[in-house]
Design a protein around this ligand. Structure first.
Ligand SMILES: [Zn+2]
Length: 368
């Protein structure tokens, strides 16, 4: 459990949220229908760029990504004939005529396709090596003075106390040991490895200072247990990631070498990349949880929320909740070492699956 759940966009009331959701889904339906109704246009782009290419369209932001041979070009739409910037592999920009929307259909100018093709070919030629995960940050929730959630299950007729910080550390330490052994060439780091108090800011800055090469990525996994003090029957495990509508500043204006007005656009593209990767990491982990936990505790699925640690970490990141400490059955299970070990094993397998996909020859394709 985390207690800080700031909303970047303060919603005034429920109706505003509903209205916004409705607009988003309507736009989504309209664009999905139109993209399907006019597949030749899209197919032409893909055929032209390469057989392995794939395409993703974000209807709400009107941005998209073309993937091919482990590289990707993010773009936004403009007016017909307008030139703008495209972001190649999430870190460098090129100029090209922008795709535009005509009669609700996305159209791609010939020169746009040529630019994407050229950019990807150049990236492939200059490949500094495959994209790789260089570092994995494990963040055991809470610690020290901050116990996190506390449960008092009765085990064999004896009232026992269980603290979230202890379960999180136990799982994280075992996960750490497995990752270090399996990936000797990666940095595996923990935000705490004992019962110390670490602030949320410290956890995040810890993760954000790891040095990376351009073809390297880092992932962040925060480990927690849930609590619902007024709903004792709530139970199960879940995996959280950041929703796509939270705006972060991933590209630093002061160090960015280009026109300042494109920074917000580049940020939304970069963020979209992290969102896709975070969601993939979340589903790899959840799949393994489902496998090992089976029917012991129910799956509550993948969720989106603006958790502090996840929001501030400039990298694909997820937060796992292993179970409800306030639920008698979950709390009892979480005091069982074998049960807890299942979680670290599953986290290890889920993270390994994600890494294998990310680092596969031919590159990571977020649409797999
Ligand atoms: Zn927590």
């Amino acid at each position: 459990m985390l207690w800080i759940k700031p909303r970047l966009t303060p919603y005034k009331n429920k109706r505003a949220i509903m209205k916004r959701k409705l607009i988003v889904s309507l736009i989504y339906v309209v664009f999905t229908m139109n993209l399907q109704a006019d597949p030749l246009l899209l197919e032409d782009v893909l055929k032209r760029i390469g057989r392995t290419s794939e395409f993703q369209w974000e209807p709400f932001l009107q941005t998209g990504v073309v993937y091919d041979r482990g590289h990707f070009v993010s773009f936004y739409t403009g007016k017909k004939g307008e030139t703008g910037v495209l972001l190649v592999d999430g870190y460098h920009i090129i100029e090209a005529p922008l795709p535009y929307i005509e009669k609700s259909v996305v159209k791609f100018p010939e020169a746009f396709v040529a630019s994407v093709e050229k950019a990807i070919n150049e990236e492939v030629k200059n490949d500094v090596g495959l994209f790789r995960i260089a570092a994995i940050i494990i963040d055991p929730g809470h610690g020290g003075k901050d116990t996190g959630a506390i449960g008092t299950p009765t085990i064999n007729g004896k009232k026992t106390t269980i603290q979230e910080k202890d379960v999180a550390l136990k799982v994280s330490k075992d996960l750490y040991a497995q990752l270090v052994k399996a990936f000797p060439n990666k940095q595996v780091l923990m935000t705490r490895n004992n019962d110390s108090t670490v602030s949320l800011e410290e956890r995040v800055s810890f993760a954000n200072v790891v040095n990376l090469a351009q073809n390297e990525a880092i992932i962040f996994v925060s480990v927690h247990c849930n609590a619902a003090p007024y709903k004792a029957n709530a139970r199960g495990y879940e995996v959280w990631y950041l929703p796509p509508d939270v705006r972060r500043s991933l590209i630093n204006k002061s160090t960015f070498d280009g026109p300042v007005e494109v920074v917000p656009i580049l940020n939304s593209m970069k963020e979209e990349e992290f969102t896709i990767e975070s969601r993939l990491l979340a589903s790899s982990i959840l799949k393994r949880f489902d496998e090992v936990i089976g029917k012991s505790s129910p799956s509550r699925g993948i969720k989106e929320e603006e958790w502090y640690v996840v929001k501030k970490a400039n990298m694909p990141s997820v937060l796992v909740e292993l179970g409800f400490i306030t639920n008698a059955s979950d709390a009892k299970l979480l005091t069982d070492s074998a049960y807890v070990k299942n979680f670290s094993n599953a986290l290890f397998k889920g993270i390994s699956d994600f890494i294998a996909d990310y680092e596969q020859p031919g590159g990571f394709n977020p649409l797999h």
